[in-house]
Design a protein around this ligand. Structure first.
Ligand code: GLN
Length: 350
């Protein structure tokens, strides 16, 4: 194991050891996730493309990995940072080790890091770019506002046949558990298309409803899709999840902004403004829809974050459009808000 460093844009340096891909430096936006489990789902969630993920839970890898928990076929995070990494596989659980996954995907990983201090710094100063390197003299070079969507979206059109309603999943980097939920739990027929799929071709597929997926980066990088998204919502009942929520809001003229350090974890409390009930949700986002922009828009707030009062979901006043900033499909995290899918499916006429 060779010594390594996480060098932040602010000039702060965190020491550790490099394992996995030793071909550093590697760059990325440094974000932290507070989930106590779910490292495999987090690493394979396409929304983390371009980011260096810091796990606040101090021991990562202790229950191994299992193919069925992957949210995609790749690891999307640029690198991970952990306090203590369990190197062995767990013979009782009969799983492979996290290290085998790190090696398979050639993922740079900085271990033995004071992640508490690192997260304190991010919480204070905000999300910053960083570099993992094996030397302190690495020149700081940061790419900002890169379009990550082409990296994560599907290149083809795939239909999964089932007897239920036909849902089009517009893929900005969807998590597999969204597809699984629609297929296996709700028995929907699902067609997954690239995010840039033209509106005429969407009409040809004759979906009963559209789900706009989660995905990486600043939602404004998808501005060339806003007009199409608006057209989709004019015709089809639509559910937007996380990035999908932000894109629908932007398509209707609302605004987004970057949070100081984002929401990434499995216990973010969200209040349903219709019932006044609070649910625990799984979250992973750095941007939010700005609340002032909702005034005089065609939307009303459906969910609010109990911790910081940010918008967690929108409902169109007349059209069947539901959007959520959190992840109703969980993975990792609670499934308390799966009913969001039911509300969407109830809005379909087929
Ligand atoms: N999970 C997501 O879809 C993330 C959305 C967006 N990239 C954000 O960070 O806010």
């Amino acid at each position: 194991m060779k010594p390594g460093y996480l060098i932040l844009e602010t000039g702060e340096i965190f020491k550790g050891k490099i394992i996995g891909n030793k071909n550093v430096p590697v760059f990325g936006e440094v974000v932290f996730n507070t989930s106590m489990t779910g490292y495999q789902e987090i690493m394979t969630d396409p929304s983390y493309a371009g980011q260096i993920v810091v796990f606040t839970y101090p021991l990562v890898g202790n229950y191994g990995i299992d193919e069925k928990f992957s949210e995609s076929l790749q690891v999307h995070a640029n690198a991970i940072v952990v306090k203590e990494l369990e190197m062995q596989s767990n013979p009782l659980a009969k799983t492979n080790s996290l290290l085998s996954m790190i090696e398979k995907f050639n993922l740079p990983c900085l271990i033995d890091v004071d992640t508490r201090q690192l997260v304190r710094s991010i919480r204070e100063k905000g999300t910053v770019q960083g570099i993992i390197s094996d030397r302190l003299t690495t020149p700081l070079y940061f790419q900002k506002n890169v379009n990550l969507l082409n990296k994560v979206t599907t290149k083809s059109v795939t239909t999964y046949e089932k007897k239920g309603p036909h849902i089009l999943l517009l893929d900005f980097g969807y998590k597999k558990s969204i597809l699984d939920y629609l297929l296996d739990v709700k028995k929907c027929k699902v067609t997954v298309v690239p995010y840039f799929y033209p509106i005429e071709k969407i009409h040809e597929l004759k979906p009963d409803g559209v789900v706009i997926s989660n995905g990486p980066g600043n939602p404004m990088t998808a501005r060339d899709q806003f007009e199409k998204i608006r057209q989709i919502t004019e015709v089809y009942p639509t559910l937007g999840i996380c990035l999908g929520h932000q894109l629908i809001a932007l398509a209707y003229g609302l605004k987004t902004k970057k949070l100081l350090f984002g929401h990434r974890g499995g216990n973010h409390p969200v209040k349903d403004l219709e019932t006044d009930k609070v649910y625990m949700t799984s979250q992973n986002h750095g941007y939010v829809v700005e609340d002032f922009s909702i005034n005089e828009s065609e939307f009303e707030m459906a969910f609010i974050n109990v911790n910081d009062g940010t918008i967690e979901g929108l409902r169109h006043k007349r059209k069947p459009i539901i959007t959520v900033q959190f992840h109703p499909e969980g993975h990792p995290g609670p499934l308390d808000t799966e009913f969001v899918f039911d509300h969407f499916l109830q809005s379909l006429i087929y």
